[in-house]
Design a protein around this ligand. Structure first.
Ligand SMILES: *[C@@H]1O[C@H](CO)[C@@H](O)[C@H](O)[C@H]1NC(C)=O
Ligand SMILES: *[C@@H]1O[C@H](CO)[C@@H](O)[C@H](O)[C@H]1NC(C)=O
Ligand SMILES: *[C@@H]1O[C@H](CO)[C@@H](O)[C@H](O)[C@H]1NC(C)=O
Length: 435
């Protein structure tokens, strides 16, 4: 199934470099260790919040004068997924988010060196009933961390608790992002939200989870089972989400450890795309016709393929007005949730890294095959432009400084370079659960 591709010649040369190259000598390898949010020391957590707050307010240019060349203001990347369709719906989902997080991590470390690495949010620790932090002050939905799961009804579901309480979403000011205007002009209400998102609340918004349950039920009742929610038309099977309703009528996502672990098995999920299908329903929904979608939804329908989407949906939620969605739900601009967005995606990256490590243990040649990341349209017919192995990642807003070695192409790192520089034994960071 692997036709001889011209690009593979370059990969063969890389193989040699990987075997002989610098930076992998035994003993010299000291990656940063990413820990779970609740395992941070007080000083680390303080540095994280100072770093995020700084990035939310100080521009890239001003920040670089203060903190050095790795600093990046949050506004800079806010519109990036919109700028290039190559961060979602296919092979690049994790290479994009991995790069996004690395850029953010380096910026955070340059502002607050008390932080050792970006943390992640293990959603199974907040699982109703069984999660170690469920119902305790250490739940992520607490004053110390992200605040309430449902926003405050008095202010249109704005977030009024937690460390980023009362935070406002930026207005979209065209003069501030001239490089993006060709593809993005802010939301219809004038905010840095998705172009079709009608949410006009200036506060970071988390709509009531009850609305979401209603919307999902309505979607499931439609003929064909598809939904007309603003995010996608998806098969009915996607909406059997596993949740419980508490005494306040709030919907709590159920996400047990077994679901998280399922995608990590390289015997069941043998390639990069198979891992992606296990993780994310929208990638599965846009997969080529030849993919057996049922394989990824069974036996816990939805809950595993929803590892990416469900926390976006349950924390962002949907408004009652058409096309009004909460910030975490908005694919263009969910980084408006400064804590939930990066920490949730670090948890997905953790899954990817653990799967890659397990797949490499089973077949040591995996890094040289880039875990079968698709290299041609023949391999993955539904791929968008710019998402194949040898393409520059996010080419309208490329990543150029996320690794210590410069990109082979001055236009920015390619997908294979991101996979190459984050391979087991060479990645600048790993997760504590891999030790
Ligand atoms: C955004 O606005 C600018 C100027 O007002 C226009 O040239 C551009 O085409 C618009 N972009 C989109 C994606 O609508
Ligand atoms: C529902 O979505 C599926 C998959 O996207 C599509 O094949 C089907 O035609 C849709 N059905 C309806 C009734 O829109
Ligand atoms: C939402 O859109 C539908 C279909 O276009 C329309 O029938 C309905 O009245 C709209 N609802 C609201 C609250 O605007």
């Amino acid at each position: 199934m692997a036709p001889a591709l011209p690009q593979r010649a370059a990969c063969a040369a890389m193989l040699l470099i990987m075997l002989l190259g610098p930076g992998t000598a035994a003993g010299a390898y000291k990656p940063r260790i990413r820990k779970e949010l609740r395992s941070l020391t007080d000083e680390e957590y303080r540095s994280l919040i100072i770093g995020l707050s700084t990035m939310l307010t100080i521009s890239t240019e001003a920040g670089r004068r203060l903190f050095g060349p790795k600093y990046i203001g949050c506004g800079e990347r806010r519109a990036a997924p919109r700028v290039q369709s190559n961060g979602h719906n296919g092979p690049p989902f994790m290479t994009f988010h991995r790069s996004f997080l690395l850029e953010m991590e380096q910026s955070l470390l340059s502002v607050g060196p008390g932080l050792k690495a970006l943390p992640y949010w293990d959603i199974t620790l907040d699982n109703p009933g069984t999660g170690k932090y469920f119902g305790t002050p250490k739940t992520i939905f607490s004053e110390k961390y992200a605040g309430q799961n449902d926003g405050d009804p008095i202010v249109g579901s704005g977030v009024t608790t937690g460390v980023f309480a009362w935070r406002q979403v930026n207005r979209f000011i065209p003069a501030q992002w001239p490089q993006y205007l060709k593809v993005y002009n802010g939301s219809t209400a004038g905010f840095t939200r998705g172009p079709t998102n009608t949410n006009a609340n200036p506060l970071v918004t988390r709509f009531p989870t009850q609305n979401l349950v209603k919307a999902l039920k309505q979607a499931a009742d439609q003929p064909g089972g598809n939904t007309s929610l603003p995010f996608a038309k998806l098969p009915k099977v996607a909406f059997d989400m596993d949740y419980v309703v508490n005494q306040n009528g709030q919907v709590l996502l159920r996400y047990p450890v077994a679901n998280y672990q399922r995608c990590l098995d390289p015997k069941t999920y043998k390639t990069w795309m198979e891992w992606n299908f296990c993780l994310d329903i929208t990638i599965l929904a846009t997969a080529p016709k030849t993919v057996d979608k049922g394989k990824y939804l069974w036996p816990q329908v939805g809950t595993t393929a929803l590892l990416h989407a469900a926390p976006h949906w349950t924390t962002g939620g949907v408004g009652l007005k058409n096309n009004s969605i909460g910030d975490m739900f908005d694919v263009s601009t969910s980084p408006n949730e400064p804590l939930l967005f990066p920490l949730h995606h670090a948890n997905l990256d953790r899954s990817a890294m653990m799967w890659q490590a397990a797949a490499t243990k089973q077949d040591p040649s995996m890094p040289f095959k880039y875990w079968h990341y698709p290299a041609s349209k023949a391999e993955y017919p539904t791929a968008n432009d710019g998402v194949l192995l040898n393409d520059v990642l996010c080419s309208n807003a490329p990543f150029k400084t996320i690794f210590s070695s410069p990109p082979a192409n001055p236009k920015g790192y390619t997908h294979w370079e991101v996979l190459y520089y984050t391979r087991p034994g060479a990645s600048p960071y790993i997760y504590d659960s891999m030790l």
